[in-house]
Design a binder for this molecule. Structure first.
Ligand SMILES: [Zn+2]
Length: 340
């Protein structure tokens, strides 16, 4: 046994007032046919060498025993269930409503009752799949107040977006795991925070920043910084496509959280263009002075050019002319970049 505290009070064991110890003991019990060990707390009287559980301790010890059982058989612990509910900011009662489980079910699971396996699976799925929770929430809209629904919906959307962004980061990282050559990465490890900051910085300073122009300006900024400092800014790897440089995993990159664009429709329905905008609340946290200087040079050189002018400039670069179509643009040509 281990002493975890003591308090001067009326000892309910010997009925004298003295310092009563609080102790932690490892208890063993059989629950639903499983032998479980758990840490239980008791009051302890040194004078008569006996233990006693207060009302509160009985509850806590029972919960500790059931959590030990849950852990042993692979069920969520009560604290895990509370954490899932907290993640979506939903009350016990409303969570039960959304799940269609009967009003007090979640409250019982968070306290004294061990959940069954099917309910455990549902809770795990909600934890890992905010999109599924969103669907369940929509289905139970009529059972919640408007205010509660709006709040939970917002939380679930936030969780969903965060999850989606993590998925994007993972898939971009998987693509970039194939490129270790320093002349492909510009001797720089991929930094997606910097990539998002570069896009926002360019969008802040360039009025009509469309996709092709953005891609070129990222490449020029990285190569110029490499030329000046022997290292690129972002760690992006660029392919030489028909219109010039395009970063690997471009589609995922522009979907990252913190990148904002409008879609602009030009006359006929087939030509929809992305126009990048600064994200509201955008701040520079990671980009260094030399990196901002490279971006500024590129902005003053290309900021006012239209897409075909910038594509023409790109096509004249030694790096582009020396790279087979669809090949990776190497930073070894940085010295010959047309800008200093
Ligand atoms: Zn006593």
């Amino acid at each position: 046994m281990r002493k975890i505290g003591s308090e001067k009070k009326l000892c309910l064991i010997c009925m004298e007032e003295h310092d009563v110890d609080i102790i932690a003991v490892v208890d063993d019990e059989t629950f639903k046919g499983e032998e479980v060990s758990f840490s239980a707390t008791y009051e302890y009287c040194r004078d008569v060498d006996e233990c006693l559980e207060t009302e509160e301790m009985i509850k806590a010890n029972s919960l500790a025993m059931k959590d030990a059982y849950r852990e042993k058989v692979g069920l969520l612990k009560s604290s895990d269930i509370i954490a899932i509910r907290d993640k979506y900011g939903i009350s016990q009662k409303d969570f039960s409503e959304v799940l269609d489980w009967g009003k007090a079910t979640i409250t019982r699971y968070e306290n004294h009752q061990v959940q069954d396996r099917a309910h455990d699976d549902v809770l795990r799925k909600i934890d890992s799949d905010p999109k599924w929770f969103l669907e369940m929430l929509k289905r139970s809209k009529g059972k919640l107040t408007d205010k509660a629904f709006t709040k939970y919906h917002h939380e679930a959307r936030t969780q969903y977006k965060r999850k989606e962004n993590q998925y994007l980061i993972d898939s971009i990282s998987a693509v970039y795991a194939d490129y270790e050559d320093e002349m492909a990465t510009g001797c720089t490890e991929l930094n997606l925070i910097k990539v998002v900051e570069m896009i926002n910085y360019l969008a802040t300073k360039v009025s009509s920043l469309h996709k092709v122009k953005l891609m070129k300006m990222l490449w020029y900024s990285d190569v110029l910084h490499f030329k000046r400092n022997n290292a690129a800014i972002s760690g992006l790897v660029y392919s030489a496509l028909r219109m010039g440089a395009v970063p690997k995993a471009y589609d995922q990159i522009v979907s990252l959280e913190g990148v904002t664009f409008d879609t602009v429709n030009y006359g006929d329905s087939e030509s929809i263009a992305y126009r990048f905008q600064p994200t509201s609340g955008f701040q520079i946290r990671e980009l260094k002075q030399s990196e901002l200087e490279a971006l500024d040079t590129i902005i003053s050189t290309f900021g006012n050019l239209n897409t075909s002018e910038i594509v023409r400039r790109m096509h004249a670069e030694v790096a582009y002319k020396s790279t087979p179509s669809d090949g990776v643009l190497s930073f070894e040509f940085a010295k010959q970049l047309s800008i200093d």
